[in-house]
Design a protein around this ligand. Structure first.
Ligand SMILES: NC(=O)c1ccc[n+]([C@@H]2O[C@H](COP(=O)([O-])OP(=O)(O)OC[C@H]3O[C@@H](n4cnc5c(N)ncnc54)[C@H](OP(=O)(O)O)[C@@H]3O)[C@@H](O)[C@H]2O)c1
Length: 268
């Protein structure tokens, strides 16, 4: 897909997401401008041929697609500052956690096309999972554009806004749940006599390999699990131990708790 839209970011986040736009060649660096109040982060973008400024208004005036990547508590201030320059030509994309489409639309001129995106940490490595949701004035065209632009960051899916909080629980926080599992796997091996550095490397590779297989095979997790469980074998004994420890319920509870917390934060 050839994308001619000019993309501009109001502030700095996800260097690597920006890197994707440039490297994959969908948006040349000369079509990107970034603003931030300080020079803390701007030089690394300048080095890639991206324009930088301290003026959010300049970004908005010179762009059609604007990514808003400030901390959530700064969103009202930044949108109040730029809203006079936002037109129906603009698409405003927010990645601020907990800031709803309703709030974004209230802070922008009526009719503004608004999209929320929720990335997770591995977007930085182009192996992320990102969910987007469109505001009342955005639709298929904007969704298709964002999916094409952000595709290099990993899996990009769209859904209704309430799924954003579930995505935070599943994928944003889920990354940390996987780290807890990785730590526990490695600790198990250490308990059985393996050096911890080696156990950590093998745990990481095990999780990576299992994830790639799950993603690329198209099989359900239960099918893949069954393929590893030979009758009376090692794996089914291990799985019984996991089930006795309430592993499945604990994991579902973790996603639920993180989702509920995201909902709570969104109401504040
Ligand atoms: N990090 C993640 O994994 C992740 C995942 C999902 C969503 N998010 C969301 O992404 C957003 C950014 O998070 P972060 O942790 O990356 O924040 P961050 O590191 O603090 O970066 C925020 C950027 O905003 C700039 N900024 C501050 N005030 C500004 C203003 N008035 N106008 C324009 N730019 C301004 C800062 O400029 P300076 O360089 O001058 O300080 C900084 O470059 C948050 O809303 C967060 O909820 C993050």
């Amino acid at each position: 897909m050839k994308i001619t839209v000019i993309i501009k970011l109001v502030s700095v986040l996800f260097t690597d997401m920006l890197y994707c736009f440039c490297v994959i060649g969908k948006v040349p660096p000369s079509n990107i401008i970034i603003s931030a109040p300080s020079m803390n982060n701007l030089p690394r973008f300048q080095e890639r041929g991206v324009s930088v400024t301290h003026s959010n208004d300049e970004v908005v005036d010179r762009s059609r697609l604007v990514f808003l990547a400030v901390k959530p508590h700064l969103v009202p201030k930044v949108l109040n500052g730029i809203s006079g320059n936002v037109t129906q030509e603009h698409i405003i994309v927010s990645m601020a956690a907990g800031i709803t489409l309703e709030t974004l639309e209230e802070l922008l001129p009526a009719g503004t096309r608004v999209i929320r995106i929720m990335p997770n940490l591995p977007c930085m490595l182009l192996e992320g999972a990102l969910l987007l949701t469109c505001g009342s004035c955005a639709g298929q065209e904007e969704e298709t554009l964002l999916k094409a632009l952000l595709g290099p960051c990993g899996l990009v899916e769209a859904g209704p806004e309430p799924w954003i909080d579930a995505h935070v629980g599943l994928s944003g926080s889920g990354v940390a749940f996987v780290y807890v599992f990785a730590e526990a796997l490695a600790d198990g091996a250490v308990k059985m006599g393996m050096p911890s550095a080696l156990a950590r490397r093998i745990a990481a590779q095990t999780i990576l390999g299992a994830g790639v297989l799950l993603r690329d095979s198209g099989k359900f997790p239960a099918e893949l699990k069954a393929e590893v469980c030979t009758p009376g074998g090692t794996t089914i004994h291990g799985i019984h131990a996991l089930e006795k420890g309430g592993f499945r319920a604990a994991t579902m509870g973790a996603v639920e708790a993180a989702t509920e917390r995201a909902r709570e934060l969104g109401k504040k």
